[in-house]
Write a protein that binds this ligand. Structure first.
Ligand SMILES: [Zn+2]
Length: 289
């Protein structure tokens, strides 16, 4: 008979993270009942197109989710979940990119800008797009997803979430180098952020996707200042009513650099005739075939 007392003081989270973990029979039966309410809603993805001059059917898709949480549980008397960083910043960035491309020389391939809905409810807008794509996935050159543009100033590095998956890394590196910046892999890869934003649904149907967000080394801010800035977002603002636009504190110089980088990645892809590839070993490679 299993002695429950041997489980005393054990933390299942720690246990299950230990590589040598072996399941322990608890010899307990548990009945659980969950009451749930389902609310159905209709929402829309918004799609815009700038046609290319030579190969109109080949597209580069920029995406950013426009939804957030709306009105929710009040925290310190505030129940409006603004989502200024997550993801009004990305949505504004999407519009800025479209405007910049519209003002520039037309590209050979087409450019598509999709404001996706329902990301916070489980990547719903991008899942819908992946199921009913408007542009042939095989001819969709790449996806550049923007989710949270946020930094305390001009930053040297930029994190690619899901680094090592595809040649999109190389495009980002080249664009970063032009700005005297560099790309880093996600330092928190174990949190599997690659599977937690909309680019994942593009990747699932074989479209090489780039998702880059978060920096740790600045041109004119100390490592400590940046860490404090990032920690403050993670702890005090992320998914809370306090993720609010504040003209006094919002700095856009770093955001501008990131957007210029995304612009240059898209510009290069839009004038090439090759397709970026998934690396061998990537779980998304097979879907491209
Ligand atoms: Zn987001």
């Amino acid at each position: 008979m299993f002695d429950v007392s041997t489980m005393k003081g054990q933390d299942y989270k720690t246990l299950s993270r230990n590589k040598s973990f072996k399941p322990i029979p608890l010899e307990l039966n548990v009945s659980v009942e969950i009451k749930n309410k389902i609310k159905k809603d209709v929402s829309k993805n918004v799609v815009a197109l700038i046609p290319g001059t030579e190969r109109k059917d080949e597209v580069i898709i920029y995406s950013a989710h426009w939804d957030h949480f709306g009105i929710g549980k009040a925290i310190e008397g505030d129940s409006i979940y603004n989502g200024a960083v997550d993801n009004a910043s990305g949505t504004a960035g999407l519009l800025a990119l479209a405007e910049a491309f519209k003002k520039s020389k037309a590209t050979k391939r087409s450019l598509v800008f999709i404001a996706l809905t329902g990301e916070e409810q489980g990547l719903l807008g991008s899942a819908y797009y992946a199921e009913f794509p408007i542009f042939t996935p095989k001819k969709t050159v790449a996806n550049i997803n923007i989710d949270a543009l946020d930094s305390p100033g001009k930053m040297k590095d930029l994190t690619i979430t899901g680094y090592g998956q595809s040649e999109m890394d190389e495009y980002a590196k080249e664009a970063a180098l032009k700005q005297n910046r560099y790309i880093i892999p996600d330092p928190e890869a174990e949190k599997r952020y690659f599977f937690r934003s909309d680019h994942f649904n593009f990747a699932k149907i074989g479209i090489p996707a780039l998702y880059a967000s978060r920096s740790y080394e600045g041109f004119d801010k100390s490592i400590e200042e940046i860490k404090a800035y990032n920690d403050n977002y993670r702890i005090n603002l992320y998914h809370q009513p306090s993720d609010e636009y504040d003209p006094q504190t919002t700095v856009l110089s770093g955001v501008q650099l990131d957007l210029q980088l995304f612009f240059n990645v898209g510009l290069k892809l839009a004038n090439e005739d090759t397709f970026p590839k998934w690396y061998d070993g990537s779980e998304f490679k097979a879907a491209r075939k």
